[in-house]
Design a binder for this molecule. Structure first.
Ligand code: PNW
Length: 444
């Protein structure tokens, strides 16, 4: 292939033809319009109003006002040359109480949204559930109760029947472990409950069945070319040294640490559950979405067992304290998923870094910290592909600064800077650089 735009095209900087470059967001984090056109409240709308629940008491009422500004946002995306966009659909917009009545105005909103993307040559990747459970379902018990499963099955049918003629890339649920552990285990996320482990386990089982219904809905109503996968933040294990012993330790640790989700889905094995549930859960998917921000370093320890190392205080970290900047996660996460669980296709559905960036100065946001970290990640991603890991796409989190859950609007992950007072968008240095990566299909 000819790469006239790159000064020194080396094989190791060029990505495979057809590699899907994109950016990602989620409905509750960007849309606003919290009760526009008949939308019902989500658990995040309610939770964010509790005193002390979020940084500064930030809520989702307006967010990036994407609900009213999506055309301009897609103009900017198109101007940056972005061809793939991962978004999520807000369940409470389509079904304000989670079950039964369908809100036609909510359904229409996503018709307009999807059409606006397609008009600009942007391919939608739709996540069915990115954490905004209808509050009405929480009022009936939430994820720990089975009724969420039946409700989700109907919702997934509605979504795929409504948009499946134009949407061909589907993601069922985003990071099951994160929203359940945070939301029902430690109470840091909506709905803010602190339940014992068995309750969280029950919720986990229900979420896995919902994933199964998502896959089923796509197979039944999505058309033959539709593809579907689950997005997880499976913990990447990074061998301290890339030697056979530490790599073996990383492999063992990866299997153990991620088995809760990947075992039932990829091996159909599980504790005691109804066989029909397991059939739904273990249906073949087309890809595994991985959200990779960081990883855990391991080495071979005593008796050949993996030994995990804690990051020292001075280890380079983003402003999000959990985000230890270890780009090798991007090499090892996908490779171990393929080696240990036989994943045939990995799509990086999120990667990025959260900082409290300064506002634009003369129209510029010089986020070299983000740019260099993402670049290191892409270098590792390309190395993994070079070593044979099946990876077919990469989505930067996030297109623009948005509502970062409990951290509110303080923590910015965007390639584009959002001024939350004026709603002015300013592409950061990372956006301009990423745009060039997409255009060249190569590291620049
Ligand atoms: C993901 N952790 O969440 C979510 O999918 C996004 O909605 C979110 O904005 C993004 O990452 C940045 O945080 C995570 O503590 C939240 O390891 C926390 C963790 C991982 C992912």
């Amino acid at each position: 292939m000819n790469h006239p735009g790159i000064a020194n095209p080396t094989a190791s900087s060029i990505f495979p033809p057809g590699f899907a470059w994109g950016v990602a967001t989620a409905a509750p984090q960007i849309e606003g319009g919290a009760d526009a056109d008949g939308k019902g409240p989500s658990i995040w709308d309610v939770f964010s109003r509790r005193p002390g629940a979020t940084h500064n008491g930030d809520n989702l009422d307006v967010a990036c006002d994407h609900y009213h500004r999506f055309r301009e946002d897609f103009d900017l995306m198109a101007a940056l040359g972005i061809k793939h966009y991962r978004l999520s659909i807000a369940w409470p917009r389509l079904m304000p109480t989670g079950v039964g009545t369908v809100n036609a105005r909510g359904v229409d909103f996503y018709h307009r949204l999807i059409d606006a993307m397609l008009e600009r040559g942007i391919t939608p990747w739709v996540t069915m559930f990115h954490w905004d459970l209808p509050q009405a379902l929480e009022d009936k018990g939430g994820w720990p109760t089975r009724l969420v499963v039946d409700a989700f099955a109907d919702y997934a049918d509605l979504v795929v029947k409504s948009y499946g003629d134009r949407v061909k890339n589907w993601i069922t649920l985003n990071e099951i472990g994160v929203f359940l552990e945070n939301g029902y285990g430690i109470g840091r996320h909506a709905p803010g409950r602190k339940e014992p482990a068995e309750v969280v386990n029950q919720a986990f089982h229900h979420a896995l069945i919902c994933h199964g219904h998502g896959v089923r809905a796509v197979r039944e109503h999505g058309g033959r070319s539709a593809r579907v996968g689950l997005t997880d933040n499976s913990r990447p294990m990074i061998p301290l040294t890339e030697t056979p012993e530490d790599i073996a330790a990383a492999r063992t640790a990866f299997a153990e640490r991620n088995s809760r989700l990947l075992e039932p889905i990829y091996r159909g094995s599980y504790g005691e559950v109804a066989p029909t549930d397991l059939e739904l859960i273990a249906q073949p998917t087309d890809f595994l979405g991985l959200n990779i921000y960081s990883g855990e370093v391991v080495r071979e320890g005593a008796h050949g067992r993996p030994h995990s190392l804690t990051y020292p205080d001075h280890y380079p970290t983003a402003d999000s304290p959990w985000l230890k900047l270890n780009a090798r996660a991007m090499y090892w996460g996908p490779r171990l998923a393929a080696e240990v669980f036989g994943v045939k296709d990995v799509v990086i559905t999120e990667n990025g870094a959260g900082y409290n960036d300064e506002p634009p100065v003369n129209g510029a946001v010089l986020d070299l910290h983000r740019l260099e970290y993402i670049r290191s990640c892409l270098r590792e991603l390309r190395r993994s592909i070079g070593d044979g890991t099946p990876i077919s796409g990469y989505f930067a989190w996030s297109f623009m600064d948005n509502f970062e859950w409990a951290d509110g609007y303080d923590r910015r992950f965007g390639l584009v800077y959002t001024d939350f007072k004026t709603q002015v968008r300013t592409p950061k240095a990372s956006a301009r650089w990423f745009s060039r990566i997409v255009r060249e299909n190569a590291l620049v």
